[in-house]
Ligand binder design. Structure first.
Ligand SMILES: [Zn+2]
Length: 361
């Protein structure tokens, strides 16, 4: 399998402050690790250069007023919320991030590669039509999905497994039946939305699926959600394209969340998503980096796991940050899996009126 990786050194330029969780080292350490592992020397790995998204493509998702605000505020610096300030020059990096996601999709559609990973920042899934939020400015995922649809791939399934609810992406597609949005996220946690009863509205009713997870949820919990919710519903939806909002803040070393997924667990769920794409849409899948704040102890490992899974490499030897395995022991809660099972049952019950696959319990 040929896998594209979108990356640009400019992604390291964006910084809200040196101590902000969403800082440049998130990608710098990953790059070091990928170099060390010789990933870019492999002939089935293709480095893809991003371009800036066209304003026209951004306006498919965001309001003119908000885009003008970003452009103007990027000249002087400013604020969106307490977690999200606008450093000088922000809009150029934000457009390159959104364009990076489009570049990944373009490479797949034009058969340059089989699938692609947009290793971009700043992240996007909290950004709403009229505002940024939670470290996000432009909703890279949504801008890419609208671009994909314009290329003739109407039905897109989004899997958002970031530890935080993808509230921005949900809002953008809430009344849309052409985009199936599935989010797994820790609850309670920022931004406080993402309950199972948030199912979409109008034509989009049933096309938003939220699976909240308790703190301590481990690999087993995630595999269970894939088996009972994500896989069957995507099979029934029959997408033309699959897109993954791959936040990596569910890793057991992440400092701002409480989940307990391992790097190997990431590789496994990525592999499952890749398998769904092979089965349903000729392998068309793009992964877009969202959050992930364990800069040294998770991101280099989880990003590698994702790339290995996308490229069809052996994922059995994906390593964990060994010095931190003790953290996994206290973070992982065995009773969490029981709560996951309960939540999954609730999601299936609520959605059984929309999806046949949930009706046979
Ligand atoms: Zn997150």
């Amino acid at each position: 399998m040929r896998t594209g990786i979108v990356y640009h050194p400019k992604y390291l330029e964006h910084e809200q402050s040196p101590t902000h969780p969403e800082r440049r080292e998130r990608l710098a350490y990953t790059l070091d690790q990928l170099m060390e592992e010789g990933i870019f020397d492999l002939e089935n790995i293709v480095l893809l250069e991003p371009f800036e998204a066209e304003i026209q493509d951004v306006l498919e998702v965001h309001t003119r007023e908000y885009v003008d605000f970003l452009i103007k505020t990027s000249e002087t610096g400013g604020f969106i919320d307490l977690d999200t300030n606008v450093p000088v020059g922000l809009v150029d990096v934000a457009l390159l991030a959104a364009g990076g996601a489009i570049r990944a999709a373009q490479a797949v559609i034009e058969s340059e590669v089989d699938n692609a990973f947009a290793m971009i920042r700043p992240p996007g899934h909290h950004a709403k039509p009229h505002t940024g939020a939670g470290f996000c400015y432009l909703n890279n995922m949504a801008i890419m999905v609208r671009w994909i649809q314009k290329k003739g791939f109407r039905k897109v399934a989004i899997i958002d497994w970031d530890a935080h609810h993808g509230d921005g992406t949900q809002e953008i597609f809430y009344d849309d039946d052409s985009v199936l949005f599935i989010s797994t996220h820790q609850m309670p946690l920022y931004p406080g939305t993402g309950y199972p009863y948030e199912t979409g509205k109008g034509r989009g009713e049933g096309y938003t699926i939220n699976v909240p997870l308790p703190p301590g949820t481990s690999d087993e919990g995630y595999f269970y959600v894939f088996e009972k919710v994500i896989e069957p519903v995507i099979q029934e939806f029959e997408p033309d394209f699959i897109a993954v909002s791959a936040g990596q803040d569910n890793h057991f070393t992440d400092p701002i969340t409480g989940l307990a997924l391992t790097a190997k667990g990431y590789a496994e769920i990525m592999k499952r998503a890749v398998n769904l794409a092979s089965e349903l849409c000729e392998g068309r899948i793009v992964t877009v980096l969202e959050g992930g704040y364990s800069v040294e102890h998770a991101l280099p490992y989880t990003n590698l796991g994702i790339i290995a899974a996308m490229a069809g490499m052996d994922i059995s030897n994906i390593r964990e940050p060994e010095n931190y395995l003790s953290e996994l022991r206290w973070r992982k809660k065995y009773y969490a899996t029981d709560r996951v099972v309960e939540n999954v049952e609730e999601v299936r019950r609520i959605h059984s009126k929309y999806w046949e696959c949930f009706g046979d319990d």
